[in-house]
Design a protein around this ligand. Structure first.
Ligand SMILES: [Zn+2]
Length: 415
């Protein structure tokens, strides 16, 4: 029941409903008078709604008659007192109804706009779907907060250099995951996108000097789970990881078979559990034990070790694990690298379902449109050899095309 992602409109019971958000989670901290409820994924939830996490937190405070506090730098959103997760989820539904959904068509793709008439200020939901502009209930206390901390115009999931610059309380509804998540240990600065491009160039230049890994280009492994086959697979994966390290990864080298990444990969393969929930928890614990649960480099090893030829069905089951581990743009790229290895090398018979795989990842909100488009249009030797990289991208074309068309619809009346 408690899957990692829910429909933004929880009253819509449609698996294919396009608008999804991570399910809100809570954590009680402190005792006695100092007891408080932390919402660890407030910024992820708020991003899915294109609202600043401060608005939702403040809204909870108003509804519950509780003090709230935020530490945006460290991504901490707190409501004083002990509150039940379900209660906050219900309140979030109310917030969504009052401040997100278009009053006219109930689509969540709206933007809050402040309209001034003389000295009177009104907050309007500007709907991208139907074009209606509908007012919010200005009697709600949170409107005072919104007026004091007006929304910064940010495109959903696409603010590379806009939202973070504002920094203030109202500063941007979203922010790419890497910028928001202060806990991922690999802080991205405001110019992450730029330096990443430089890195790509560097990798390309240096990769041109590397030879293809012959073992990797011989696609066509069966899903042999014998210890030898597993070992061989892991070794080949480590081989391609080592090549990537040489190609300019910035975190030093760990290509040996005893690296924590390799240990985790083997552990995942060797401890397969049919209880996917328990398995996911155990994997995360193991990664934590190895100190690599927040590293983006864990993903290219995790993905091919974890998923099988049933990946399309498995992604929703492992959604909570992926959501927890994919915390920045860099993580998203590494996740896609893992997919390249899985469908390009370990299970090449999966190439025809690549669009479905990408769709599933997109649906659970672990990869953003921009990242996937960028990935799909740039062949890279970071995770696999060039030919494999090309094949995987070719196979992903239907999904990229769908994304582009969906985007055209969305963008109709944006400047
Ligand atoms: Zn509308």
């Amino acid at each position: 029941m408690a899957s990692g992602v829910v429909n933004i409109r929880r009253d819509v019971d449609d698996k294919f409903y396009r608008y999804r958000m991570p399910i809100l989670t809570t954590k009680i901290e402190g005792k006695g008078n100092g007891i408080k409820t932390v919402v660890p994924n407030m910024s992820d939830v708020a991003r899915a709604l294109s609202r600043p996490p401060t608005y939702t937190t403040k809204f909870f405070g108003c509804e519950l008659g509780a003090q709230t506090s935020f530490d945006e730098k460290n991504d901490r959103y707190i409501v004083n007192g002990a509150h039940d997760a379900n209660r906050l989820r219900e309140l979030l539904d109310v917030f969504i109804d009052k401040f997100v959904l278009c009053k006219s068509c109930k689509n969540p793709e709206t933007e809050l706009v402040i309209i001034k008439t003389g000295r009177v200020e009104d907050i309007i939901r500007d709907c991208k779907a139907c074009g209606e502009r509908t007012g919010v209930d200005m009697r709600h206390k949170v409107t005072t907060f919104i007026l004091k901390n007006p929304p910064v115009k940010v495109k959903k999931g696409k603010n590379k250099n806009t939202g973070d610059a504002a920094g203030g309380v109202g500063g941007g509804g979203s922010g790419s995951p890497g910028e928001v998540n202060g806990e991922n240990g690999e802080a991205h600065d405001a110019h992450g996108a730029e330096s990443d491009d430089e890195l790509t160039k560097k990798i390309k230049a240096e990769a041109a000097e590397l030879n293809d890994d012959a073992a990797l280009t011989k696609a066509g492994w069966s899903a042999d789970t014998s210890p030898e086959a597993v070992k061989q697979r892991i070794e080949a994966l480590e081989g391609s990881m080592a090549a990537a390290t040489l190609a300019g990864d910035d975190e030093g080298s760990d290509e040996d078979g005893n690296s924590p990444y390799a240990v985790l990969g083997r552990w995942i393969e060797e401890n397969r559990d049919e209880d996917t929930k328990a398995y996911a928890v155990a994997i995360y614990k193991k990664a934590e034990e190895l100190g690599i649960e927040k590293k983006h480099r864990t993903l290219p090893i995790l993905v091919p070790a974890l998923f099988t030829e049933d990946i399309v069905l498995e992604i929703p089951k492992y959604a909570p694990l992926l959501i927890k581990m994919v915390t920045s743009e860099k993580h998203q790229k590494s996740l896609l690298g893992g997919i390249e290895r899985l469908v390009g090398i370990v299970h090449p018979e999966l190439l025809p379902v690549v669009p479905k795989v990408l769709m599933e990842l997109y649906q659970i909100d672990v990869i953003e449109e921009e990242v996937i488009t960028q990935w799909g249009t740039h062949v890279s030797r970071k995770f696999v050899d060039k030919e494999t990289s090309k094949r995987v991208r070719k196979a992903s074309e239907p999904f990229l095309k769908w994304l582009e068309e969906a985007d055209d619809d969305d963008d109709e009346d944006e400047e």
